[in-house]
Design a protein around this ligand. Sequence first.
Ligand SMILES: Nc1ncnc2c1ncn2[C@@H]1O[C@H](COP(=O)(O)OP(=O)(O)OP(=O)(O)O)[C@@H](O)[C@H]1O
Ligand SMILES: [Mg+2]
Length: 261
Amino acid sequence: MSDAILSVRGLSRRFGGLQAVNAVDLDIPRGKLLALIGPNGAGKSTTVNLLAGVLAPTAGRVVLDGRDLTGQPAHRVAAAGLVRTFQNGRLFKRLSVLENVLVGAHARHATGFASAVLRLPGFRAEEKALRESALALLDGLGLAADAERAVGELPYGKQRKIEIARALILAPRVLMLDEPAAGLNSGEVEELIAYVSELRGQGLSILLIEHNMGLVMRLADRIAVLNFGQLIADGEPAEVRNTEAVIEAYLGRRKGAHAAH
Ligand SMILES: Nc1ncnc2c1ncn2[C@@H]1O[C@H](COP(=O)(O)OP(=O)(O)OP(=O)(O)O)[C@@H](O)[C@H]1O
Ligand SMILES: [Mg+2]
């Protein structure tokens, strides 16, 4: 697809004898949301780790808007604009909400840790701008009033939103969300859907990994389906939902198939 912002070709990763991701091709259309679904253990999080530079692929290519990012370390990939949230959030529970969002930003910026410690003038100006962006993001997520509170004191639903803010402070060109709705109640899922729709409305390209099919069907422009590391379908939601192989993988009719939760 020519208007893909992210193109993935032949992406593969082996863990010992297990081919966790097997020759996967994906295209994320610019400004659209691609949902990556599949049963437990299908290779979804491994795919995100490969794209984010957290894991090195055994084969394949990752190209972000014409720029080959294959094999680049995570901080370079994030700086290029391909940013992810974690399936199991990694927040600093004792730090404030604002500090947690800012921690994400410091990994990327040129004036890094050393100047933060030395409090150089360039750092102070940048820090002020970053704080303002972080507060604006928190405001958009309904978390402005909680900015100074310790993350550990907040309910789980709010903690999940902070993970998204921490990714967005990096000003991604492609945002990868790994099971953002896991553990959320139905009201929180509705808020998440509204927020993700708004991000896409602003032109952000999104890769969404999710088990909640209702959410996937409401948000996805396209759906790609993984099963045992292989892509078994990729297309428009209505088309993918009726694909025989997808129904089999999800209902576990085929011998050895996993059941989705
Ligand atoms: N670091 C690792 N070392 C060895 N095996 C791994 C590693 N990470 C993942 N795997 C295996 O690779 C396969 C794919 O795992 P992955 O976490 O990508 O699945 P998933 O689709 O994200 O599943 P879930 O829906 O449960 O999150 C699984 O069999 C898993 O046990
Ligand atoms: Mg996973």
